[in-house]
Design a protein around this ligand. Sequence first.
Ligand code: URA
Length: 429
Amino acid sequence: MTHSAVDVIAAKRDGHRLSDAQIDWVVAAYTRGDVADEQMSALAMAILLNGMDDAETARWTLAMIESGERLALPDVGRPLVDKHSTGGVGDKLTLPLAPLVAACGAAVPQLSGRGLGHTGGTLDKLEAIPGWRAELSTEEIAAQLAEVGAVVCATTPALAPADRRLYALRDVTGTVPSIPLIASSIMSKKIAEGTDGLVLDVKVGSGAFMRTREAAQELARRMVAIGAAEGLPTRALLTDMSVPLGRAVGNALEVAEAVEVLRGGGPPDVVELTLALAHAMLGLAGIDPEADVDPAEVLASGRAFEVWERMIAAQGGDPGAPLPTAAHVETVDAPASGVLTRLDALAVGTAAWRLGAGRARKEHPVQAAAGVRLLAGIGDEVRAGEPLLELHTDTPDAVPGARAALDDGLAIGDEPAERGPLLLDEVRA
Ligand code: URA
């Protein structure tokens, strides 16, 4: 049967389901260049407005996987398990988590992207380490998985190329916030990567893609359903992103905090979520985190830190080298005495982004040393004139914009306050 882009667009515009054949055709034809960007934009908008059901979304995901190659990883002698976060402010969890899970006996093949907007990308953070290299060949990935047990590197161009084109198009056509398109975009890359199990950290709150718990639950349910349809065991944790994670936001600042966690210290919220995700990942890998190995003990013992050093060195990085520091650091001081009652993730993320930690367009560079260091957390007593947070940047002209972003993001009150729970929900197949 022959298809036309206009018929596929019209079907979705009029609220119909797309058939498997229509989905396979339109994704493949778009990848070949036979469906034009303006046609795919119209289809993405029709999908955003009229949705796709679970079966359509699973087929769309499969078509995006089939647009490229699956990473052919040989048996590395351990179960492969990965984690994906939908992105948040101060979310450096991959950095301690990948070596921790490897130190507990699984192997973590994490193919990642760079950050866009106010949430940072894992590769941007690791690139703050002198010498560290993101681009690896399939052979290098396989060798590192076998020898070290953990790889965090750039996704290869051959994995889900349809998604790469479509995501860039969605970015400029107002069609990113479609749950079926987000779910299929994330899952196509993870399934093509060839992991045996996947834990999703679906962030909820002002600093996340998903602002409400309902939307996050729906995204999590969709991704877990795609995993089930494609034979990839998948679990999702819903975690709070209304407040930044930890005390550091920005690339080198976050690496330093991750190292603190790997040395057995670090902020309690980062440690708590790292351990929760490690438990979920080990469970999927068939390693019992109660009976076989205790991730908390592995973290405290320094064994995860040893894997971190090897993981960084294997990719050319010097784990002992000093991290870059910003040319300009200034503080934001408490305007009154009292209790810090509000520390909004989006405000802090936007401030860090404006200071140079993030990019507005994917071709923009980031500053390794830029970001925000929080000196107080929700519920802490603060005194008028004392520093609440530090702004780090190489471009001091960016400071007024960062201060403006924080205007409504901080509040000081008289009543006691405490941060809400980090772990909000869990979705399993
Ligand atoms: N991250 C992705 O990889 N894809 C999306 O569509 C949204 C976030």
